[in-house]
Design a protein around this ligand. Sequence first.
Ligand SMILES: NC(=O)c1ccc[n+]([C@@H]2O[C@H](COP(=O)([O-])OP(=O)(O)OC[C@H]3O[C@@H](n4cnc5c(N)ncnc54)[C@H](O)[C@@H]3O)[C@@H](O)[C@H]2O)c1
Length: 319
Amino acid sequence: MMVTGGAGFIGSNLVDRLLAEGHTVDVVDNLSTGSLANLAEARATAAHQLTVHQMDIRSAELIDLIGRRRPQVVFHLAAQADVRVSVTDPVFDADVNLLGTLRLLEGARASEVERVVFAASGGTLYGEPDLSELPLKESLPHRPLSPYGVSKKAAIDYLVAYRELHSLEFCALALGNVYGPRQDPHGEAGVVAIFAERLLRAQPITIFGDGEQTRDFIYVDDVVDAFVRGSTKGGGLLCNIGTGRETSVNELFREMAARAGVTAKANYEPLRPGELLRVSLDPSRAGIQLGWHPWTELGAGTAAVLEFVGQRLATGGGE
Ligand SMILES: NC(=O)c1ccc[n+]([C@@H]2O[C@H](COP(=O)([O-])OP(=O)(O)OC[C@H]3O[C@@H](n4cnc5c(N)ncnc54)[C@H](O)[C@@H]3O)[C@@H](O)[C@H]2O)c1
């Protein structure tokens, strides 16, 4: 098995699961936003099954590497994953997300990889939806409104074309707002990680807009489970990976503050341009095609994040 972006938040959790199932895993990561610390447990418990290649997916060496390692399945998670970066630097975004993906597909086809399981973005793929369409189904038009959403959508189009042209199988997972241990609290999408860190440090919390904007929060273990299922099922399909439920940022804040035992008030600032107002993803297709269902309740998931961040702060790892 190969995991691109395997030193990142979701990728490293996937690596842990694959190792636990007894697979040999090659990680490809340039450590731009990921970190070897995310793979510390994996290295400690299963070093002989794990090889980390510090490499950029855009480099020509990727094709040689896939040829040498000949993975059966490639989980493709390496990406420029920040919507705001994509707006300020769309060329860089396309370089990583489009050309990097093409490089990977070229390597996969040359080495007869059986399948690519791709991390698509359910939060951007459908643009700003009509509220009557919630929760969103895969059959809705794909009309992303950010360069990140466009590059992620185009990667799915390439997957479809490679399947037709080269019989390279794929499964694309349109992920909701993923949260869980190891998420970077400084990243733009990591609202759960940001709230956890700020609540536990008793620091002020800012909510952009009135806080009634909604997201479909999905716990990282559930997402990892979808990737594993996508390695054998759902061939040629795009599947939403979300709960089908909307949770407002205010609701999330109240729930996490109560769980952390903190009486805190949020400061409200104007909504950032381009921010989606409401979203939730209908996971019915993943239920039918992958046998996948969301498992972790928001309360249990946020409790796990608070515990993880609490331990990190207690051991001085919070800076
Ligand atoms: N976190 C979410 O809510 C969410 C939602 C939808 C889709 N996704 C997608 O899931 C994937 C993983 O996201 P994440 O939240 O774990 O982010 P992350 O930033 O933690 O992981 C991305 C990983 O890719 C690596 N990387 C970036 N550019 C690279 C390059 N050019 N070559 C090699 N490695 C490179 C980074 O170092 C990092 O380890 C991404 O493709 C992202 O677009 C995430």
